[in-house]
Design a binder for this molecule. Sequence first.
Ligand SMILES: [Zn+2]
Length: 304
Amino acid sequence: MTEIGPGVRMIDTRLGGRRGLTSAYLIDGTRPAVVDPGPETSAALLISELHDIGMGPDDLAWIVLTHIHLDHCGGTGALAAAFPRAQVVVHERGARHLAEPARLVAASHEVYGRTAPLHGGLTATSAERIVVAPDGHRVDVGGGTLEMIATPGHARHHMSVLHEASGMLIIGDAAGTQLAGGRLYPNVPPSDVDIAAGRNSILRLGERGATTITLSHFGPTADPETTLADADDALERLGHAALEGYRAGGRDGIAAAIDRYLPLAATVGNPEVVALWEWLSWDENNILGLEIWAERQDAAGDGA
Ligand SMILES: [Zn+2]
């Protein structure tokens, strides 16, 4: 557990047993919150880290989710069971999946393919413990507040979390991924990526004047303005790649266009980080996500 700002600690949730891939956040207060518990396979680790700092079963008030992809939310049911007073804060579109996770887990495993076992599943949270958060919803952590900001793009139900006391923005996957030693690159996996919405979300996040931006994958970035500017530029490029590539040749066309507009290896700039992307199939999932988006754009007749 690492303090990354006043009242905010980061916990490495070690997707697939590896450090530096997925992060959870503990927000201090008399009603503390965990943001994004991480995959189910990491829940025992997270719970023991919370026990190690003296948190008892009654001491966690909130589990806050940026979105319901399993690398972020899979541990929710297990964490909620270990801390039976905690309520779960999530976007409206995520709520029903937490209460009845079977369909979400099946669909997610289809996308993850061979990496599904790294993620595990998700056990149900009883519906009365789920709090639906609209844009602007505030979570009282006791001596401080979290503001939930709707940031669709990576997924329609994606939300970012502003820790008002420190000015830190916990933005999940809204800007993309930046693993240690590499540069930022967006994650645009299936099934409901929206490039235009994602760019608008980045614009809105920029208006908040955050002191720090922290990414689920992985941790605080050097400078909020640079992070958001890079994310916007990258999404614009991926949008062009998706539409041009899709029209030229479907999925293969998109892969070729990504290599022209935003080549993964050259953009990330670190072969070890690129190997992690490939190990997790994030590169392939980006192509699949962009294909679905491009198909929808064409069907709607409003592509560029
Ligand atoms: Zn993620």
